[in-house]
Design a protein around this ligand. Structure first.
Ligand SMILES: NC(=O)c1ccc[n+]([C@@H]2O[C@H](COP(=O)([O-])OP(=O)(O)OC[C@H]3O[C@@H](n4cnc5c(N)ncnc54)[C@H](OP(=O)(O)O)[C@@H]3O)[C@@H](O)[C@H]2O)c1
Length: 295
C-alpha cells in the first residue's frame, strides 16, 4: 500500500480563494479592508522568511499588511508602546509578533499586551483559556490548519485516537485541546507524548491519526506507525544535502519515504502543514475584522 499524499498547498490555495472572495465582499459592502500588523525584532533569517511569506500571502488576497521592524536591541518598553498603538489603530484588525524574541524581552509580557480581539496567532492566555474551555476565540494557526486539512480531506476525527508527539504551546498542546473539543469537528480521543514519554513507539502505534510536532528530522520511523494510520508531519528541519544548491534541504519529523509505504495518508514537507498555517493566519485576520464590525 502507498499512502495518499495530502496536498496542503492545493487545499491552502482553495481556502485562500474563499478568503479573498470574503475579503472583497467586506470591502464592497462595508468599505473595510482587514489589516494585519506584523512586529519583527532583530534579523533572524528564518523569521525574515516567515514574515516575508506572510506579507506576500496577505497582499495576494487583498488584505492590508504592515511590517513594524525593530533592531535586535530594542527595549521591551518600545515594543509594548508599539503594540499599544496597534491595539488602538482602527485599520489594524490582527497583530502578530514574530517569535522568537531576543532573550532580553519577556515573550509572555509582549503576547499578553496584544488585545485578545486582535490576537490572530491565538497565543494570548485569554484565547488559550477559551480554547481549553471550548469557547469561541482565536485558535493558533498550525493546529487550526491541521484540523481544517483533516476535515477537507474527509478524514474522520470523531472517535479516532489521535496521538500527538510534542506538547508545545504553539502546536501540540492547542492541537490536543482543539481535537478533543466536544464538537462534530472534534470528539477525538487524544494522547499527547513528549520527551519524557515511556515506550513512545508503543503509543504511536496505537494512533489512527499520528501528528509529529517534535523538531527532529525523520524521527518517526516506519516501525512507529500502525499500517493504515493517517500521518501529519508538522516538523520543518534542515538536513545537509550536497546535491542541493543551498547545501541543505527541508525534511519533516517523519521518515516520509518509509512511512508512506504503510500509512493511508500522509502530509509531505514542504507542501503539507506549512501552507495551511499561513492560510489560517489570513483566515483569523478576516475573522477579526468581521467580528469588530459586529461588536
Ligand atoms: N509547518 C508549520 O507551520 C510549523 C509551525 C510550527 C512549528 N513547526 C515545526 O514543528 C516542529 C515542532 O515545533 P514546536 O514549536 O512545537 O517545537 P518545540 O517547542 O521545540 O516542542 C517540541 C516538542 O517535541 C518534544 N520532543 C522532543 N524530543 C522528543 C523525543 N525524543 N521524544 C518525544 N518527544 C520529543 C518536546 O518534548 P518536551 O516538552 O518534553 O521538551 C516538545 O514537547 C519544529 O520542527 C517546527 O519548526 C512547523
Amino acid at each position: 500500500m502507498s499512502a495518499k499524499i495530502i496536498d496542503g498547498k492545493k487545499i491552502a490555495e482553495q481556502i485562500r480563494q474563499e478568503i479573498a472572495q470574503q475579503t472583497e465582499q467586506l470591502k464592497t459592502s462595508r468599505g473595510i479592508t482587514p489589516g494585519l500588523a506584523v512586529v519583527l525584532v532583530g534579523n533572524n533569517p528564518a523569521s525574515e522568511v516567515y514574515v516575508r511569506n506572510k506579507q506576500k500571502a496577505c497582499e495576494k488576497i487583498g488584505l492590508l499588511s504592515e511590517l513594524h521592524r525593530f533592531p535586535e536591541d530594542a527595549s521591551q518598553d518600545l515594543l509594548l508602546k508599539k503594540i499599544s498603538e496597534l491595539n488602538h489603530d482602527d485599520k489594524i484588525h490582527g497583530i502578530l509578533v514574530q517569535l522568537p524574541l531576543p532573550p532580553h524581552i519577556n515573550e509572555q509580557s509582549i503576547l499578553q499586551s496584544i488585545r485578545p480581539e486582535k490576537d490572530v496567532d491565538g497565543f494570548h492566555p485569554v484565547n488559550m483559556g477559551k480554547l481549553a474551555q471550548g469557547e469561541p476565540g482565536f485558535v493558533p494557526c498550525t493546529p487550526l490548519g491541521i484540523r481544517e486539512m483533516l476535515l477537507r480531506e474527509n478524514i474522520p476525527i470523531q472517535g479516532q485516537h489521535v496521538v500527538i508527539v510534542g506538547r508545545s504551546n504553539i502546536v501540540g498542546k492547542p492541537l490536543a485541546l482543539l481535537l478533543m473539543q466536544k464538537s462534530e469537528k472534534g470528539n477525538a480521543t487524544v494522547t499527547v507524548c513528549h520527551s519524557r514519554t515511556k515506550n513512545l513507539a508503543d503509543i504511536t502505534r496505537q494512533a489512527d491519526i499520528l501528528v509529529a510536532a517534535i523538531g527532529r528530522a525523520q524521527f518517526i520511523t516506519r516501525d512507529m506507525v500502525r499500517p493504515g494510520a493517517v500521518v501529519i508531519d508538522v516538523g520543518v528541519n534542515r538536513i545537509e544535502d550536497a546535491y542541493s544548491p543551498k547545501g541543505y534541504r527541508l525534511v519533516g519529523d517523519v521518515d516520509f519515504d518509509a512511512v508512506k509505504e504503510i500509512a493511508s495518508a500522509i502530509t509531505p514537507v514542504p507542501g503539507g502543514v506549512g501552507p495551511m498555517t499561513i492560510t489560517m493566519l489570513l483566515n483569523n485576520t478576516l475573522q477579526a475584522a468581521t467580528q469588530m464590525i459586529n461588536n
